[in-house]
Design a protein. Structure first.
Length: 379
């Protein structure tokens, strides 16, 4: 159809329908404008934000719940998908959450995480939120049943993992694989808060921070494997030694305990429930912090893929399968006591217990490092 124009103005509320018809006729719509009657002005195609994504520009990332958890560990998968997007030079990622044949995901997850409703809540509030916070996430789809993935899988051009097939799901949330992806090419530090979360978090901090350096403490408060939880007495003793005129302390409680009775040893310090509940606010708070302090827990996996300063304590816990030497060897690729490959100059995995002495020593060491880097950039 031989239609050409220098400028086309749509003066109708049916602008989407008209644009779709123009595209169907093969007409370029870059020079289309819309008359916005309420403000009596013309809106350009750029301001309208007309979406013209091409499927060939999208990497389709399949997060298969048959072998991957409904937890913060999905951050590893998200970062790996982002590095694959960079290597493949795709513009966008479409995350697809594939349900397991087993109700609740992996065997035992329904029992481990408090039942089916709790699992579904985690998928919505944690997994989907982590995927969507990535700048290049164009969509996140949660399939209704496993059969749907076959039709979708057959219709896509570029997938992550590259060898993924729904008949042969893979475990794709291992840190050791993220390290390999980084070596292959890609920037792993991909998690940043959206501007609206920054704005609201800063507004909350402005009420009491008063120019002080922000320290966050991310707690683990689970009722099982309690030996992994933060030593609240040790943290209280450490905080009590700090100059309250220099440092402002904010506690990020375990998501399941954010509105429970406040732990007695830390009752004098502020908590930010929004960060416990919402990945975007958590990242915004982490970004504002002078140093983020944490024990090894699900949300700390977000920090691995940021440039924010942090120290992670209790990375190795003897007798706990998910933190034993063999686990780290096969899952994180790190030897106990070694430097974790993804940590930057202002980040550290401290392998041992969060005693007051260990916390104080490692904190002071990182403070010295940060202060020596002021005014410069270093890897």
């Amino acid at each position: 159809m031989g239609i050409s124009f220098d400028r086309l103005i749509i003066a109708s509320s049916y602008v989407s329908e008209i644009l779709n018809r123009l595209l169907a006729l093969g007409i370029e719509i870059d020079n289309v404008e819309w008359y916005f009657a309420e403000e009596q002005r013309l809106v350009s195609a750029d301001e309208l934000g007309i979406q013209k994504q091409d499927a060939s520009e999208i990497l389709y990332a399949f997060y298969d719940l048959a072998l991957n958890p409904s937890t913060y560990d999905s951050a590893v998968f998200a970062a790996r998908a982002e590095m694959a997007r960079q290597r493949l030079r795709k513009k966008w990622i479409h995350f697809i959450i594939v349900p397991s044949l087993i109700e609740g995901g992996r065997p035992g997850d329904k029992q481990r995480y408090g039942g089916l409703q709790h699992i579904k809540w985690r998928q919505d509030s944690v997994v989907v939120s982590i995927f969507k916070v990535l700048e290049h996430c164009v969509a996140c789809s949660q399939l209704a049943h496993r059969g749907e993935v076959f039709a979708m899988f057959e219709g896509v051009e570029c997938t992550f993992p590259e060898a993924y097939h729904p008949e042969n799901p893979t475990d794709d949330h291992r840190l050791i694989d993220a390290i390999s992806d980084c070596v292959a090419g890609g920037d792993p530090y991909c998690f940043k808060p959206p501007s609206i979360a920054r704005k609201h978090t800063q507004h909350w901090l402005n009420k009491f921070q008063n120019g002080r350096k922000l320290l966050t403490l991310t707690l683990r408060e689970y009722d099982y494997l309690t030996e992994r939880n933060a030593d609240l007495i040790a943290w209280q003793r450490f905080f009590s030694k700090l100059d309250s005129k220099e440092y402002c302390i904010v506690i990020i409680r375990d998501t399941d305990k954010m509105y429970h009775e406040y732990p007695e040893p830390l009752k004098e310090y502020k908590s930010f429930p929004a960060a416990s509940l919402d990945v975007r606010f958590r990242l915004a708070l982490y970004e504002q912090a002078y140093i983020n302090l944490t024990v090894t827990t699900g949300p700390s996996s977000l920090l691995y893929f940021t440039q924010f300063p942090y120290i992670q304590f209790k990375t190795f816990v003897p007798g706990v399968p998910a933190q034993e030497k063999e686990f780290h060897k096969t899952r994180t690729g790190a030897e106990v006591g070694s430097k974790f490959p993804l940590t930057r100059w202002n980040q550290k995995w401290f392998w041992f217990a969060d005693t007051t002495e260990n916390i104080s020593y490692e904190f002071n060491l990182l403070v010295s490092t940060i202060e020596s880097h002021k005014g410069e950039y270093s890897e």
